[in-house]
Design a protein around this ligand. Structure first.
Ligand code: ZN
Ligand code: MN
Length: 465
């Protein structure tokens, strides 16, 4: 058997920091990047007798996401204590939800080049984040070998949304694509910035393999706290190869937590997996169950706008799947839609939306005129720069027409070719990319007034390709 004979099985557990003003169970302000231990109080430091009060907005945000993922919204959700010791967890337990999460079974239908795939959502619940341990001194920045370990309690008690997918993902690309769409959904609901670099979005990745037709699942490896789409994709690939090799060598795999090392592209065992029972979950006695009123759920349902997956599906009809998905996961598609609505051809509108900054929506009509006219690159740059901050008038820019007159451009182009014999040889040797450099030189010589499309064509003609 070979790798191709095995089926990859991936499930994700995603954590996102909710963008509330205050923490989950106290009134400390949430402020990313604040000086250490400046946002704390008796509740989030777990002083004796301090009592939690749930953040209503965080509950609403969790329900919003549940609705966007077609989850069942619980009529009665229960907070539970998840007990474990760690220096960044002063209570000795995390308040989470266990048997009765706010959001139950749902699904995220992800558009792909070959049609839709439905990825199940097992649950989405609300909990609090732990504080942050900083290991200082030592070479690795990790606990082993550090001189001191310090705790910053600012993060302790941050509202955390946890979304658990079903093990329905079948390739590394699909898992990353699912995650991108989920992230975009979260961002557009306005409930989290969900930035992996800042740690406001993290994913635990569960990977196993099995033979086609096999019932049930083999032991899975869990890769915790991943915060890069690229590394998540690579870690899944590495886990797949290592597990297939192990199964084929007749080894018995254990369910464990693994670390991914990007330098060696390999996973190493971190610790064997604790079972759910180890946490001794029980209902949080200091909090009453959450019973979201039906009217609240309905009003939140009204706040869920067109979801990114739906929009991509719709745009793909105009743009093809690739461009639609790129636009749809960067939040840039409104620009393309605004320009297309003003008559700009869809593909051109999409390219502008990806490559230019934001503009005020009321400038769409003026920009569409400028884009479709034959204006200089400079004028185009100026128009988009001005359109970001105030109302623009197309006439200002339409006057700056680009030089597309061949007889005017010909001597400039010849001059650039004469001045750059080496680049010309490289181009003739097959390096197409050099053309961009030559076009750039012509644009510089003409102070950006040449029409790049004409320059491109003339250069190709002169170089005989
Ligand atoms: Zn506090
Ligand atoms: Mn969690």
């Amino acid at each position: 058997m070979a790798e191709a004979d095995w089926e990859l099985v991936v499930g994700l557990e995603v954590h996102a920091h909710l963008k509330t003003r205050t923490k989950m169970f106290c009134r400390c302000a949430l402020e990313y990047g604040a000086a250490e231990n400046t946002h704390t109080c008796p509740v989030c430091l777990a002083h004796p007798g301090a009592l939690p009060v749930p953040n209503g907005r965080a509950i609403e945000m969790t329900i919003l996401l549940g609705l966007a993922l077609d989850c069942e919204i619980a009529e009665r959700a229960v907070f539970a204590r998840k007990n474990y010791f760690y220096p960044d967890l002063p209570k000795g337990y995390q308040i989470s939800q266990y048997e009765h999460p706010l959001c139950g079974r749902g699904a995220l239908r992800i558009p792909t080049a070959d049609g839709d795939r439905e990825i199940g959502i097992v649950r989405a619940h609300l909990e609090e984040d732990a504080a942050k341990t900083v290991h200082a001194g030592g070479a690795t920045g990790r606990s082993v070998g550090a001189d001191v370990s310090l705790v910053d309690f600012n993060r302790g008690g941050t509202p955390l949304l946890e979304i658990v997918s079903a093990p329905d993902l079948r390739s590394a690309e699909e898992a990353v694509w699912f995650l991108r769409l989920l992230r975009q959904t979260i961002v557009e609901l306005g409930i989290s910035d969900a930035e992996m670099e800042k740690g406001t979005l993290r994913a635990d990745v569960n990977v196993s393999v099995r033979l086609p037709g096999e019932e049930g699942f083999r032991p899975r490896w869990e890769i915790k706290n991943m915060n890069s789409f690229t590394f998540i994709g690579r870690a899944i690939g590495a886990a797949f190869r290592q597990q297939v090799a192990a199964h084929e060598a007749g080894e018995t795999l254990e369910q464990s937590t693994y670390d991914y090392d990007p330098d060696t592209d390999r996973l190493t065992v971190h610790r064997s997996k604790e079972e759910a029972d180890d946490y001794r979950y029980f209902p949080e006695p200091d909090l009453v169950p959450v019973e979201p009123p039906a009217e609240l759920v309905e009003s939140l349902r009204g706040q869920v706008a067109e979801r990114p997956a739906d929009r991509i599906r719709r745009l793909a009809a105009e743009l093809g799947f690739e461009s639609a998905s790129e636009l749809g996961t960067t939040g840039n598609e409104w620009k393309a839609e605004a320009l297309a609505a003003e008559g700009v051809e869809w593909k051109a509108a999409a390219a502008i939306a990806m490559n230019r900054g934001d503009f005020l929506p009321e400038n769409a009509a003026a920009l569409a005129k400028v884009v479709q006219a034959n204006v200089t690159r400079e004028a185009l740059d100026e128009a988009f720069a001005a359109a970001a901050t105030g109302r623009i008038d197309a006439e200002t820019y339409l006057a700056q027409t680009a030089v597309s007159d061949e007889s005017a451009l010909d001597p400039v182009i010849q001059g650039v070719l004469d001045a750059n014999p080496e680049q010309v040889q490289t181009y003739l040797g097959g390096k197409e990319g050099v053309l961009g450099f030559l076009v750039g030189q012509v644009m510089r010589e003409t102070q950006g007034k040449a029409d790049p499309k004409v320059v491109n064509r003339l250069l190709r003609e002169k170089l005989g390709r």
